[in-house]
Design a protein around this ligand. Structure first.
Ligand code: IPD
Ligand code: CA
Length: 276
């Protein structure tokens, strides 16, 4: 019985330890497969939305390990969907992106990551994002700050929109992209510069670290946002949607309080949530 309780325990620190171990193992699997060469590439929502054998293998590794180590927890994986925990499940749900930045992975661009967010009762309480090429790992526990490799993160100190370096991303649907292109064209004239790196979870970690000042994107999935969103928030960055809504599919805006309001108002004015 005591063992059963331990398997259901929802301690964020313990969950973070597991997340970190799994991110390392899955990242290693993906990196090794990349070195052997890419095989079995198929497409998902559009011809440019790809999934590789490594996405599936890394997710399988994570799901199997979780079934073993946390059999009562629920899991939502980008590639394999929802897995219910045994016997009705625990209070914990894992949000798994086995490779965030799959297109970078495909091209051999070393900017992709395993992203693992852990919810307890629907709230993200722990998150890990790991780039297996550089070995950089960002993590956070709600209330415990955000860290990269032991260093506490506090976001950027930028104070003016005109000095703000903004990362963003685009969806896979061409019609959505056309709308996103209009928004980014307007923004480009008002900020220091724009970056499109290609992995939203890592972009949010860069905001946490102040390696870019801000990030916004329409259309993020829960597995793109869970870990990176918590990491940015735990670094003191505001992570929101527009017009008082929480960050999510309609819009995710992560920015220091000093420029969040101005960026928010621009995105509203340009109807960044709009379009397909
Ligand atoms: C994508 C990346 C990209 C973002 C897309 C995501 P995936 O995730 O995070 O940067 O712009 O919206 O779908 O497909 O590489 O897991
Ligand atoms: Ca992915």
């Amino acid at each position: 019985m005591a063992d059963d309780d331990a398997l259901r325990r929802a301690d964020p620190g313990q969950l973070l330890t597991i997340a970190s171990e799994l991110a390392r193992a899955a990242g290693e699997r993906a990196r090794a497969m990349r070195e052997e060469g890419i095989s079995q590439v198929s497409t998902k929502s559009t011809p440019t939305d790809v999934v590789t054998a490594a996405d599936r293998a890394a997710e399988r590794l994570i799901v199997e390990e979780l079934r073993e180590r946390r059999p009562y927890d629920h899991v939502l994986g980008e590639e394999s969907g929802a897995h219910r925990g045994d016997g009705g499940g625990s209070r914990v749900r894992w949000l798994v992106d086995p490779i965030d930045g799959t297109v970078n992975y495909l091209y051999g661009i070393p900017y992709y990551a395993v992203s693992l967010g852990v919810e307890v009762d629907g709230e993200v309480v722990a998150g890990v994002v790991r780039n297996p090429v550089t070995g950089e790992e960002w993590s956070a526990v709600r209330g415990g700050g955000a860290h990269r490799d032991g260093r506490r993160l506090t976001g950027s100190t930028v104070t003016e929109l005109s000095q703000t370096m903004v990362a963003t991303g685009f969806g896979y649907d061409p019609a959505r992209r056309a709308h996103q292109a209009r928004v980014v064209a307007s923004l480009l004239a008002e900020v220091r510069d724009i970056r499109r790196f290609g992995a939203a979870a890592l972009d949010l970690c860069l905001v946490a670290e102040g390696r870019v000042d801000a990030f916004y994107e329409k259309g993020l999935a829960p597995w793109d946002l869970a870990a990176g969103g918590l990491i940015a928030e735990a670094a003191g960055v505001l992570v929101t949607g527009l017009r008082g809504r929480p960050a999510g599919k309609r819009m995710t805006l992560a920015a220091p309080a000093s420029v969040h309001g101005e960026l928010h108002d621009r995105l509203v004015a340009w109807d960044a949530e709009g379009g397909p």
